[in-house]
Write a protein that binds this ligand. Sequence first.
Ligand code: ZN
Length: 100
Amino acid sequence: MAKARKKIQRTIRLIRSPSADGVGLFRIAAGRKSDWYTFHEIPCEIGGRGFAVHRLGLGTLYHVRVGVPEDCSCECLGFLRHGKCKHVLGLLALIRRKEI
Ligand SMILES: [Zn+2]
């Protein structure tokens, strides 16, 4: 019998709100690993809200779009492969919690 794999819980936390100067900071933690990202909202005319999300340390920049499912997109490999990723899910969670 295959053992059920324990699913790693991923959480996003808003560290700094972008309300003051437009630049915010959040952290995505999964298990013992966590990544920090700065982000700012960018104008989006094709539906949903657009964000430039910059992963700290590696300098990777992703353009992330979130909204209704058809309006969600991201430039990372995870989204290209699976149609969803931690950046989209994380920003959706922050919006759902009315934090951004
Ligand atoms: Zn992504």
